[in-house]
Design a protein around this ligand. Structure first.
Ligand code: FAD
Length: 309
């Protein structure tokens, strides 16, 4: 029986593991299906994690975390969790390979993943020109043209990153202004490799066996434009990864809101005793590394408090 099972090894899960083990919990396992670090490892630049004056890549930021967080006995199991269910007073964690493990407490830190935009051709060309990761795929378009779809911080930061590599970046946004921070918007405006395509939506991404050839963009007056860029990067928001909480009858193990975000209190407690959630998956999450890490610490301290009573 585990004292604590942590599901997900991003900033929230790693920090939860650090606080739980350093706080005296003995039998703590973090289940992470990939390399620990989470979605920020896909980001080409992060400049708002306190303590680092230099702009870092997500990979550089996260590289030392696993070593530090596992120093006090946290175990990492490279495994995908399929489901968490209640088993009397405890929880049963079922892994994708069928193994089952019992745990007294659970912290769910499975984060979020990029939303699809729902454009014709998006699924067909996903991985063949359509991408959600500029750091991963930007280099394929060195000295070529690319399109970026979105108007938030991530879209603009990634457009700036791509402008360093590519010949030209078309930044397509359905409104005439951006939701991103003023500092990032200013940098985009000043970058002469970025062309703004505002008040516009994408009708279709088209191509052939070799991949994307371009996209058809429509402005608010109905005028169509053919942008012949072979790379198409989509940054239109995130879905929360709450699948592990789904039960056989389709219900969720704990309360979630209309977007599937887990409802927690200020101690990261769900409405089920012993079940906690932290990071991007919870309600009102600012979806930032510093906040996810803070949540992980709070959740672990709540588990320790529960165990001490
Ligand atoms: P995640 O980082 O999403 O980690 C969840 C982990 O859980 C993943 O590693 C995943 O593999 C694992 N997992 C999921 N399901 C399972 C399962 N069933 N079994 C086992 N493991 C599972 N934040 C900032 O603060 N500043 C920025 O500049 C910034 N830029 C960003 C740029 C990009 C391109 C992206 C994608 C994100 C950016 N963010 C930024 C947001 C930040 O990355 C997230 O807010 C943060 O990573 C959330 O941490 P988390 O631990 O909650 O979840």
């Amino acid at each position: 029986m585990l004292d604590l099972a942590i599901i997900g090894g991003g900033p929230a899960g790693l920090t939860a593991g650090l606080y739980a083990t350093r706080g005296g919990l003995k039998n703590v396992v973090m289940y992470e299906m990939g390399l620990p670090g989470g979605q920020i490892t896909q980001s080409s630049e992060i400049e708002n994690y306190p303590g680092f004056e230099k702009v870092l890549t997500g990979m550089e930021l996260m590289e030392p975390w696993p070593k530090q967080c596992m120093r006090f006995g946290l175990k990492h199991e490279l495994a995908e969790v399929k489901n968490v269910s209640k088993m009397d007073e405890n929880f049963q964690v079922t892994l994708a390979n069928g193994d089952k493990v019992l745990a007294k407490n659970i912290i769910v830190c499975t984060g979020s993943t990029p939303k699809r935009a729902g454009i014709k051709g998006e699924d067909e060309f996903y991985g063949k020109g359509v991408s959600n990761c500029a750091t991963c795929d930007g280099f394929f378009y060195k000295d070529k043209e690319v399109s970026v779809l979105g108007g938030g911080d991530t879209a603009l930061e990634e457009a700036l990153y791509l402008a360093n590599i590519c010949k030209k970046v078309y930044l397509i946004h359905r409104r005439d202004s951006f939701r991103a921070s003023p500092h990032t918007v200013k940098r985009v405006m000043e970058n002469d490799k970025i062309e703004l395509v505002l008040n516009s939506t994408v009708k279709e991404i088209y191509g052939d066996e070799s991949g994307v050839n371009g996209s058809i963009v429509v402005d608010k007056d109905g005028n169509e434009r053919d942008i012949k860029a072979p790379g198409f990067f989509i940054f239109v928001g995130m879905n929360v990864n709450n699948g592990v909480l789904k039960q056989e009858d389709g219900s969720f193990l704990c309360k979630v809101n209309e977007w599937g975000e887990v409802i927690v209190d200020l101690k990261m407690r769900t409405d089920v005793e012993g079940l906690f959630a932290a990071g991007d998956i919870r309600i009102e999450a600012p979806k930032q590394v510093v906040c996810a890490a803070g949540d992980g610490a709070v959740a672990a301290l709540s588990v320790i408090e529960r165990e001490n009573h």
